[in-house]
Design a protein around this ligand. Structure first.
Ligand SMILES: [Zn+2]
Length: 105
C-alpha cells in the first residue's frame, strides 16, 4: 500500500504537540508509512563535526511522523480532507478531495 500524501503537499497535524499545525511535506517514506513535515516534530541532534557541519554541536531536524497522524489539506478548498481516488482509463490514479470533489492532481 502506498501513501496518498506526496512531497510538496500541505498537511495538517492531527495529534501530538504540533496538533492543528500546517506544514509542507518535505519527505515521504511509503514503506514505513511515514512523512516528514517542515517545522513539525523537530528533534535536536548532537552532531560531531563533519563535512556538512564543521562546527558540530546541536542541530535541529524534522523527524518522520506517521502519515496517519496528518491529514492532507486540499489546495482547492483549503480544508483538511480525506482523499478519494479516481482511476483513469490508462491506469493512472488521481486524488480527489472528498470535501469539494475537486481533482488535486
Ligand atoms: Zn477540496
Amino acid at each position: 500500500m502506498g501513501l496518498t500524501i506526496k512531497k510538496e503537499d500541505t498537511v495538517m497535524v492531527l495529534t501530538g504537540k504540533n496538533k492543528s499545525k500546517r506544514g509542507r511535506v518535505i519527505g515521504v517514506n511509503p514503506g514505513k508509512q511515514k512523512v516528514v513535515v517542515e517545522g513539525v516534530n523537530i528533534q535536536k541532534k548532537h552532531m560531531k563535526p563533519n563535512k556538512q557541519y564543521q562546527q558540530g554541536g546541536i542541530i535541529e531536524k524534522e523527524a518522520p511522523i506517521y502519515a496517519s497522524n496528518v491529514m492532507l489539506v486540499c489546495p482547492k478548498c483549503d480544508k483538511p480532507t480525506r482523499i478519494g481516488n479516481q482511476m483513469l482509463e490508462d491506469g493512472r490514479k488521481l486524488r480527489l478531495c472528498k470535501k469539494c470533489k475537486e481533482v488535486m492532481d
